[in-house]
Design a protein around this ligand. Structure first.
Ligand code: NCD
Length: 312
């Protein structure tokens, strides 16, 4: 079990909870290597994917995770749901409650939508990304991936590079790293930092090249043009790539065992060059793979926990 019924943000998870999720995910990762990848653990339980903002990888990852645990998964997407017809989140919550679902994963363009849902429904709520706020399961799968590649989390120095201001991934990854004893360093031009970067609890740096030799992980973020209100927060994409893009030259300046990560979707040639993205020190696809195991672990611990008796 976890200490909270919901995962709305990293505040809901203690460092023990995080350790439990990562450990449970390891057993599920093993199941995911089998030919028959299905366990009866959550049979009879209903998991709703309420994705009211575009998403492919996160939605499919939750969907596969639910299926592998034998839960009944229902997808609500923005275009298919009544929200485009003007239904409020409150009405959607009431409708879902009336259907007696056990877990809702919500992605929403507004920060705080998962919390509103948790106040209106009895079931568990997992935040699948809310506006520019948090994306806790992404942070968990990133910790899992780092631990798998580097053997430990404590003491790692992780550079989170790029569009921090608009990144819910950074919003969860910074506190997640702190909880496991790693050091997050946000590296970005001032126009891509929030107005008070110090409240994030990360070290703040502007010069990527200066930081590279001391990093264990370079975590590259997508430049979120869709959240920039039309104006570019830097002179040109080429200039951005020149100062903040990961490329072969920069990779060579890192420790030999250091790794490169990206939550996807990637803008190849902007925040990461194609050769690095496809190279052997990039963990982009490992992150996707870990995502399924980690989301299985989250669902298992929220819904079944130790009582279900069908651990992996
Ligand atoms: C991220 C997201 O949607 O917040 N992607 C993801 O979940 N894999 C990051 C992004 O959109 O850049």
């Amino acid at each position: 079990m976890l200490s909270s019924k919901h995962i709305l943000g990293m505040d809901d998870l203690t460092s023990d909870d995080i350790a439990r999720v990562l450990e449970t995910a390891e057993s599920f990762a093993e199941v995911n290597q089998r030919r028959i990848k299905k366990l009866p653990t959550l049979r009879g339980l209903t998991v709703v994917n309420l994705f009211l903002e575009p998403s492919t990888r996160t939605r499919t990852s939750f969907e596969i995770a639910a299926k592998r645990l034998s839960a009944d998964g229902i997808n609500f997407t923005a275009s298919a749901s009544a929200t485009v017809k003007g239904e409020s989140l409150r009405d959607t919550a009431a409708t879902l409650s009336a259907m007696n679902c056990d877990l809702v994963i919500i992605r929403h363009k507004y920060a705080g939508a998962p919390r509103i849902l948790s106040e209106m429904m009895d079931c568990s709520i997992v935040n699948g990304g809310d506006g520019i706020h948090e994306h806790p399961t992404q942070a968990l799968l990133d910790l899992y991936t780092m631990k798998g590649a580097l053997g430990h989390l404590e003491g790692l120095r992780v550079g989170i590079v790029g569009d921090i201001a608009h990144s819910r991934v950074a919003g969860s990854l910074v506190p997640a790293l702190r909880k496991v004893g790693a050091t997050p360093v946000v590296i970005a031009p001032p126009t891509l930092l929030p107005s008070r970067p110090d409240v994030l609890g990360a070290e703040v740096a502007w010069d990527l090249d200066e930081q590279l030799p001391s990093l264990d992980v370079a975590y590259m973020l997508r430049v979120q043009m869709e959240r920039s209100d039309g104006g570019m927060p830097f002179p040109s994409l080429r200039e951005y790539a020149r100062f903040y893009g990961m490329n072969a030259r920069r990779l060579a300046a890192m420790k030999p065992e250091a790794i490169v990560m990206h939550p996807g979707p990637m803008n190849r040639g902007v925040e990461i060059s194609a050769d690095v993205a496809d190279g052997d020190r990039s963990l982009v696809l490992t992150q996707v793979e870990s995502g399924v195991a980690v989301r299985m672990a989250v669902m298992y611990l929220l819904l079944g926990g130790a009582d279900s008796g069908v651990a992996a």
